[in-house]
Design a protein around this ligand. Structure first.
Ligand code: SF4
Ligand code: SF4
Length: 222
């Protein structure tokens, strides 16, 4: 058994005992259906969204930030090296990594994201996210894209879906919209805090900057 398989087995055993509420599985045969989001243009209303649990989003490179790592460690109690991976720029040919989240490391630029096993996130197992209640906010926002309505308000659409198979089910209720906006506020705060951390880290120069140094720098290991 490879080290990755062992880590994954350990994670699955540990995480299966957690209290979680994953999305319901969706039959694989539906993956051949036509794309549900082919209509161009923006939806002026934030729609409710029915995740069909196809797993496409989890098979990309799920980017994370320090706040996500802290939350997972706090609730799931596993070491960061079991689920954090440092990716190189050439692993992002068809993906997107924000400019201000690249870390200067001793071996070059890296960005942090979920570790992947067999081309999917290490936390995805049997069609479920094993850490659903504590998943990174990037995952929790997917596939919504924010759109400024005015200085104080934001709506969301499903424009940028990267092959997402979910379906809009009608305009979001005020309660659902408020929950989404609250989540988005937490997401922005976490991203901005992380951008500041990355700036500080990159100011330190490249010498002796290992993955372990970075974990220590963000305070997730001693
Ligand atoms: S943390 Fe969960 S939702 Fe996010 S990519 Fe991994 S399995 Fe998918
Ligand atoms: S790609 Fe869309 S439908 Fe598929 S699991 Fe992710 S959010 Fe759900």
């Amino acid at each position: 058994m490879t080290q990755l398989s062992r880590e994954r087995e350990f994670l699955i055993e540990t995480l299966q005992s957690l209290d979680r509420a994953p999305p319901k599985p969706y039959p694989l045969s539906t993956l051949n259906e036509p794309e549900p989001f082919t209509a161009p243009g923006r939806n002026p209303m934030t729609p409710e969204f029915d995740c069909r649990n196809c797993g496409v989003c989890c098979s990309q490179i799920p980017l994370i930030v320090a706040g996500d790592i802290r939350e997972i460690i706090k609730h799931v109690k596993i070491p960061p090296e079991a689920f954090v991976q440092f990716y190189e720029p050439d692993e992002f040919i068809d993906e997107f990594a924000p400019d201000d989240q690249w870390l200067e490391m001793e071996d070059g630029l890296r960005v942090i994201a979920m570790k992947r096993v067999h081309d999917t996130c290490v936390f995805r197992d049997n069609g479920k996210c094993l850490i659903y209640a504590h998943r990174p906010l990037m995952c929790a926002m997917h596939p919504y894209q924010p759109r400024d309505v005015n200085e104080d308000d934001v709506e969301f659409n499903l424009e940028c879906h990267h092959g997402c198979r979910g379906i809009p089910t009608g305009p979001a209720s005020p309660k659902a919209l408020k929950a989404l906006r609250d989540r988005f506020d937490r997401f922005c705060k976490r991203e901005w805090d992380y951008d500041d951390l990355v700036k500080k880290w990159n100011r330190k120069g490249r010498k002796r900057k290992s993955e372990e140094d970075f974990m220590r720098f963000i305070g997730v290991i001693d």
